[in-house]
Each structure stands twice: as C-alpha cells, then as structure tokens.
Design a protein around this ligand. Sequence first.
Ligand SMILES: Cc1cc2nc3c(=O)[nH]c(=O)nc-3n(C[C@H](O)[C@H](O)[C@H](O)COP(=O)(O)O)c2cc1C
Length: 148
Amino acid sequence: MKSIIIYESTHHENTKKLVDALAKKHNMKTVSIENAESVDLSEYDIIGLAAGIAFGKFYKRMEEFAAKIPSGKQVFLLYTCGNPSGGYVKSITKTLESNGAKVMGSYGCRGYDTYGPFKLVGGIAKGHPTEEDIDGAVVFYDKISGGE
Ligand SMILES: Cc1cc2nc3c(=O)[nH]c(=O)nc-3n(C[C@H](O)[C@H](O)[C@H](O)COP(=O)(O)O)c2cc1C
C-alpha cells in the first residue's frame, strides 16, 4: 500500500512532528499543503491529512483540500490542538465521506498553542507534542494500516 501525507503545520510545526515520525518509520512521502495541488493522488492507496486546529476545525486550507480527495480513497487524519475537546474531525470527516472517501481513523494530541490571549500567559500545552504523543501517532498508524 502506497501512502502519502499532506500537511499544514504553520503555528509551531507541532503537527509536522507527528508527520515526520510516521514518514521516517514507514518511508512515506510528505507534502505541505502549498504543494498539494501538484500531487497525483491517484498514485496513492492511503492519504493522510494532517493539520493544526483553528476555531474547532482542521486549518481552512486543509478543510478545503479534503473536498478534492477522489472517491474511494482511504484517508487517515492527524491533528494537534491546544485544548483537546473532541469534535475537531467532524467537519473534515463529513466532507470526505460525502465525496466517497473512507476515513480509516484519526489521531489527535495537544500541541503548543500561543494563539491570541494564550500568548499573554506563555502559551498552553507547552512541550507538546511530547515523545509519547508522537509515539501515539505511530502506534495509531500501525494499527489502522495493519502494521505495514
Ligand atoms: C488561529 C488559531 C486558532 C486556533 N484554534 C484552536 C481551537 O479552536 N482549538 C484548539 O484546541 N486549538 C486551537 N489552536 C491551537 C493549535 O491548534 C495548536 O497550537 C496546534 O498544535 C498548532 O499546530 P501546528 O503547529 O502544526 O500548526 C489555534 C491556533 C491558532 C493559531
């Protein structure tokens, strides 16, 4: 199975840490959202979409890109967020499924967040993602991909 991860990780490159760990272990190609349009998605069996969370959803460009995933593709979701409160994959999952993609699962963890008022207090989720958080992403992928 050939996999690729498209990522958008602009705040502190928190999500990129998860992406890099998976790519290293599984020798996967990774492409930032800026270059995603040039990727021929039909070459891949599994597509990972990875981003930080803004205003309760995946970053806007990633939410929009999800609408372009071809029908029938298997997709997994990765994210980091300042305050895990659930529901962050809801919107992107709806977009993917309504276009006929299959969402294999999602993994999210905390990521250092200095947005808005949090900046004044030195940010929240400092030190995240931790090694443990990153390992969690690798274990998640191993599970959904059958350990390939
Ligand atoms: C504009 C903006 C909005 C954010 N909104 C949320 C939010 O709604 N919920 C949350 O838990 N974190 C929120 N965050 C925190 C980020 O999701 C978090 O820091 C994430 O780890 C950033 O990932 P990145 O470094 O890969 O871009 C927000 C950050 C920014 C910059």
